[in-house]
Write a protein that binds this ligand. Structure first.
Ligand code: SF4
Length: 366
């Protein structure tokens, strides 16, 4: 174990305009607890310096679990005939948004599968209604759509869009998404950037056939594309998918991806994802928050439907009422000396170079 060399590599990855793939692979391959602790501590330091100690909140409303796709890792895939499908009504969505606003949360995330029946003009009207009635940022996550749809929703006032790339390894991507093309996903992501959305991406750790190199390339992709939001998920096998017999993704590896992504991208808003919090007895979102994450996404989907949005089994927070949810989040933040930030939490892009240099010096002194 060579801690000095580890610091040198972290410093190089931190300072580089575009980090070297081999350096990231080295960090992803760390095995000794002491080395991994150094990595997480450095990521936590970068998080503190660039996005502060406050945890941002995004209220999630999963408004439809219909999906036209067959992503091999996802329980909402259209071939899952066991799943009861639902679409929330306008009133149900508006009342969930009101619950979010009443909880003083200033962002709603409207999420659905790629629902063939999702009418772009219906959604536009709904967004306008939300914007008229509430002082709240709106994030959409409804998958791949045309440039015109993205433009329509942006003009209606949508602030942010989440479209995870899942993996930048084209071959792996194609093996998991028989009906979709990597090129189109990339095109959609870049269209969102063109339209000036705060743009979100992310990857899934633990996919069958994924390598350390491909994860390293995912992180480089996040840096190159300069995303405002990056979510790192964990593969959890779902019984009604083709990957049902594959092993659960490795939590420690997912935490390393979060930590390195933080060090490389510095100021991206990064959720401690529910998938990471849903394995084992303890809520591992705390570990993600200590390894570079700075966002939590409490779920406000009406209770009877929450369990039906089953991308993976065992989802945490399926039965919580809103008061207990906020109380729980507040106490989770307090337990790691962090606080909750109830503002919109828009990302202000990069700080000055001085700050980067100061941080590098800080590493060298540690
Ligand atoms: S990951 Fe998204 S697009 Fe793929 S099947 Fe699940 S909900 Fe549909």
């Amino acid at each position: 174990m060579n801690i000095k060399m580890l610091h040198t590599v972290i410093d190089r990855v931190f300072s580089a305009d575009l980090p070297d793939c081999a350096d990231i692979e080295y960090l992803l391959s760390l095995e000794h607890d002491r080395e991994i602790t150094v990595l997480f501590d450095c990521a936590d330091m970068v998080r503190k310096e660039f996005v502060g100690d406050e945890i941002l909140l995004r209220g999630l409303v999963e408004f439809s679990n219909y999906c036209r796709n067959t992503c091999f890792y996802c329980g909402l895939n259209k071939n899952n005939k066991q799943l009861q499908r639902y679409r929330l009504t306008d009133d149900q969505i508006m009342s969930a948004v009101k619950e979010i606003a009443d909880a003083k949360i200033k962002t709603v995330v409207l999420q659905s599968g790629e629902d063939d029946d999702l009418d772009a003009f219906w959604l536009k009207k709904l967004i306008e209604q939300i914007k008229t009635n509430f002082d709240i940022a709106v994030t959409l996550s409804v998958g791949e759509r045309s440039y015109e749809d993205y433009k329509l929703w942006r003009q209606a006032g949508v602030d942010r869009y989440l479209l995870k790339i899942e993996t930048t390894d084209r071959e792996l991507y194609q093996s998991l998404h028989s009906q979709r093309s990597f090129e189109n996903r990339l095109k959609c992501s870049r269209n969102l950037k063109k339209l000036d959305y705060q743009n979100g991406s992310g990857c899934l750790v633990g996919l069958k056939g994924q390598t350390i190199k491909s994860l390293a390339e995912d992180i480089i992709f996040f840096k190159k594309e300069n995303f405002e939001m990056i979510g790192i998920g964990l593969f959890i096998p779902h019984a009604s998918t083709p990957l049902k017999n594959e092993p659960l993704g490795n939590l420690k590896l997912a935490l390393k991806v979060i930590a390195i992504t933080r060090i490389v991208t510095k100021d991206a808003n990064m959720p401690a994802t529910t998938a990471i919090g849903s394995i084992g007895k303890n809520d591992n979102r705390i570990l993600a928050l200590k390894a570079g994450a700075n966002v939590l996404m409490p779920n406000f989907t009406p209770l009877p439907y929450r369990k039906l949005y089953e991308i993976y089994p065992g989802k945490r927070c399926v039965f919580e009422q809103s008061d207990e949810r906020i109380e729980y989040i507040e106490s989770m933040a307090e337990s790691i000396n962090r606080t909750i930030n109830y503002s919109r939490g828009d990302l202000i892009k990069h700080k000055t170079q001085n700050s980067v240099i100061a941080m590098s010096a800080n590493y060298k002194n540690n």
